[in-house]
Design a protein around this ligand. Structure first.
Ligand code: SF4
Ligand code: SF4
Length: 382
């Protein structure tokens, strides 16, 4: 293992052969982690439990465009040769459904208990730079001092992340515009870059934390050389040069804040189905609703939280009627929150440029194009 100065300070580096990558999972399991990573399911790349490296999407890539996603075979056996699928890591830290409270009638009294925290900490393998940024954004939302969300905090505690520097850019990616990729920034324990050169298939690892360096020390491999690190730079630079989308963020926050009466909201509303897909696939969207269940005999009840969306009519219901009754007002709320008022609320953008909302919109509405059109309607109609 070799120690070098990187952008975030001193980091450990090592080159690990493809044949030895399974040792990473073994080392994490030996420390008691529940290991999750990408795998092929239902013709998508999704995240789930990894039993071995062979569970990864070996030799697959994803082709993405607005309203389009499909897996195709690569001409090599890359393990991380795709970008992001419909599910993000959000579903593990902020699950689609979670129980907040259980209530039971015992001997005539009502006894309330909070659900147990997960017994194992998570290790996420294959976190993309944009997704690392999204976790950082949700940390701000859910772990704010005085407003800590217990469900999120219980699941986030002890999290170990293995990031992947992107060697390919997806058709709807725009992380370069949002300054979240394609190289892992802050927040990872280990990052890896996959290198395939003929029969030579290896991973260049860099540590981002002491714990990451400790795990890396347990893996077989050789010291990374300057040439290895230059190769990582070249791979990332090539990905950055091939982004599928761009978003000009200069002045966008201010332009959207002043866009309430833009005629373009009507144009988008003519197409938008208010299906909520864009919010459900987004790794930073955090809206939820709370529902109570009780048994018919009144002996047990529970209070449950499930994801909701600013695109549903009920979401803005106040005093019997919704505040945002039109499609136009709901789309406007979503986009202006993501790209403008999120700064006022959380001091960052709410978008990391992952492109999921574009890929998974059934009518191919494209956030980057709509934002441009709201800012410059004359360009959109030209
Ligand atoms: S708004 Fe769209 S591109 Fe931005 S983070 Fe959410 S899903 Fe990704
Ligand atoms: S923008 Fe697309 S994905 Fe989002 S609610 Fe409208 S139709 Fe659904």
């Amino acid at each position: 293992m070799r120690w070098l100065y990187g952008p975030e300070g001193l980091m450990a580096t090592k080159v690990v052969d493809r044949a030895d990558l399974g040792n990473l999972l073994d080392a994490l399991r030996a420390e008691g982690f529940s290991v999750l990573g990408p795998t092929v399911r239902d013709k998508t790349i999704t995240y789930g439990p990894l039993t071995s490296i062979e569970d990864l999407p070996i030799g697959w890539t994803d082709e993405q465009e607005a309203g389009t996603y499909r897996l195709v075979r690569r001409d090599d056996d890359a393990l991380f040769g795709y970008v992001v699928g419909p599910n993000s890591w959000k579903r593990f830290l902020f699950p689609p459904r979670s129980t907040l409270l259980n209530i039971e009638r015992r001997d005539g009294s009502l006894v309330a208990t909070a659900p147990d925290a997960p017994s194992q900490a998570y290790a996420f393998i294959g976190v993309r730079p944009c997704e690392m940024a999204a976790i950082g954004i949700q940390d701000v939302v859910f772990l704010r001092s005085g407003h800590t969300d217990r469900t999120y905090a219980d699941r986030r505690r002890g999290l170990f992340t293995v990031g992947v520097n992107c060697a390919v850019a997806g058709g709807t990616c725009f992380c370069v515009s949002m300054e979240t990729g394609p190289r892992c920034g802050a927040g990872f324990d280990l990052s890896l870059t996959e290198v395939i050169d003929g029969d030579d298939h290896h991973f260049v690892f860099e540590s981002g934390s002491e714990h990451g360096a400790e795990i890396l020390a347990q893996l077989p491999g050789r010291d990374a050389t300057v040439a290895d690190l230059e190769q990582v730079d070249a791979i990332v630079a090539n990905t950055a040069a091939h982004m599928g989308r761009q978003l000009d963020t200069t002045g966008l926050r201010e332009a959207l804040a002043a866009s309430h009466d833009s005629p373009h909201w009507d144009v988008v509303a003519d197409r938008c189905l208010t299906c909520t897909n864009c919010t459900l696939v987004c790794p930073t969207c955090f809206c939820s609703t709370v529902e109570d269940d009780s048994s018919l005999d009144g002996s047990v009840a529970s209070r449950n939280r499930r994801w909701d969306s600013c695109f549903t009519l009920d979401f803005s219901a106040l005093h019997g009627s919704p505040v945002r009754s039109s499609t136009k007002s709901r789309y406007r709320q979503w986009m202006t929150h993501k790209l403008s008022s999120w700064f006022d609320q959380f001091e960052s953008s709410g978008c990391v440029g992952c492109g999921r909302c574009i890929t998974w919109c059934p009518v191919a509405i494209d956030l980057t194009k709509e934002a441009d059109a709201v800012r410059s309607p004359e360009k959109a109609s030209a």
